[in-house]
Write a protein that binds this ligand. Sequence first.
Ligand code: AMP
Ligand code: GLY
Length: 417
Amino acid sequence: MKVLVLGSGGREHALCWKIAKSSKVSKIYCAPGNGGTAELAENMDINVDDIDKLLEFALENNIDLTVVGPEQPLVLGIVDRFQEEGLKIFGVNKECARLEGSKEFSKVFMEKYNIPTAKYKTFTDLEDAIEGIKEFSYPLVIKADGLCAGKGVVICHSEDEAKDTLKDILGNKIFGDEGNKVVIEEFLDGVETSLLCVVTKDKIVPMESAKDYKKIYDGDKGPNTGGVGCISPSPIFNEELSEKIEKNILNNIRYGLAKENLDFRGILFIGLMVVKGEPKVLEFNTRFGDPETEVLIPRLDSDIVELFEKTIDGTFMKSDLKWNNDRAMTVVLVSEGYPNEYEKGFKIINIDKVDNNTIVFHNGTKIVDKDLVTNGGRVLSVTSLGKTLDETIKNAYENVEKINFSNMYYRKDIGKI
Ligand code: AMP
Ligand code: GLY
C-alpha cells in the first residue's frame, strides 16, 4: 500500500513511524513533513490546506490511504473531497470537524446531550458581550469560536482584561473571521487530562489516557503552549473516573452523534477537566493530539493501518486496540522564547546518541546541507518508555540531556507533577 500522511509535527512523525511498521505498507509520503519524517517517508512540498494539490497528488500517485494529522484540512472538508473521488482517507468529514472547528457548535452539542461542561454564553456583538460578562465571576474564559492555531482561548482574571480581550477579538478582529463569535465560559478549576477515542458508526472506544503539560514553565506556570510534555497513562486515571467518563460523557456523545446524524469516523480527542473527581469536557478535537500521539503510539501494539481501514469501513471493534504495558513519557525540547518569538536554524547534535528505550520524534526540524536544524517552536519530542513511572522519568531525562542545540529549553518536571 502507498500511504500519504498530512502534517509536519511530532504527531505526524509518530504516525509515519507506526505506519512504517505495518507489513501492508510499501511506501509512505508525508506532506509537507519534517526532518524526522524524511527518514521514513518521502516528503512532498504541499501544504495541508492546499486540498486541490493534495487531491491531484493522491490521484496521480495511486495513494491507497491518506491519513490526516492536523485539524485545518478536516475543517476545510478534505475528507469529503477525497471520498468524492473514491479515495480512502482517515479523518472526519467536514460536518463532524465542526465539533473542533466551532466552539459554539461543540458547546451546543454538549448542552443538548447533557455532556458535563462549563456554563457558557455565545456572543457576536461586542456591546452585548461586555454586558454578558456581568453574569460570570473571575477568572472567566473567553474563546474565539473558530480555529486560531491554539491561541484562541484567554483566561481573564479581571473585568478590564475581559473587556480588552473581547475588544481584541470582536472589535479588532485579531483572529479575523474565526473570531466573529465568542464563547464566554465559567472557569473550571481542576486537573486536566486528555482522552482520545476511536469513533466509528455506533462505537466510541477510548484509547489509553494521556496527560499533556500545556504551560511553558515548571510548576505549570507561564503561558499556554501546544503542549510541552506528555505522559501516558495519565496519573489521575483510575477505574472510577473511567466509569464516570463512560457513563456521563461517552454514552451521551454516542447518542448525540446518532441523533444529529453525524457519521463520525476518526479520532475524537476529548479535553477533560476533572473537578473534585467529576470529569467535565473542556473541548473536543477531531484528530490525534500533539504531543499525545508521541506517547500513545509507542504503547500501541495493533497494526495502525488495519485500525485506520476498519475505522473507515465501520468494522472496528474494541478488541482491535491492543496496548503494551509500558509507560511512556515525552519531553518536548523547544526553542527558547516559544510560545512567543524564537529563533530557528540552529544545528541539532547527538540526536543519534539516545538509548534503545527512547524514540526522538521531530516536531519542527528540517535538513539543510545534510545538517538537521531547528525549524519551529517545538523542535523534538523525546519519548522514553519504562516499566514504572520513576524509571520512565529517569530514562526520558537521561536521554534529553544527550541532545543539544542553541537556545534549547525544556521543562524539568514532566511526569513529576
Ligand atoms: P481549549 O482549546 O478549549 O481546550 O482551551 C485551551 C486550554 O485552555 C485548555 O487546555 C485549558 O487549559 C484552558 N481552558 C479552556 N477552557 C477552560 C475552562 N472553562 N476552565 C479552565 N481552563 C480552561
Ligand atoms: N495537545 C493538544 C492538542 O493537540 O490540541
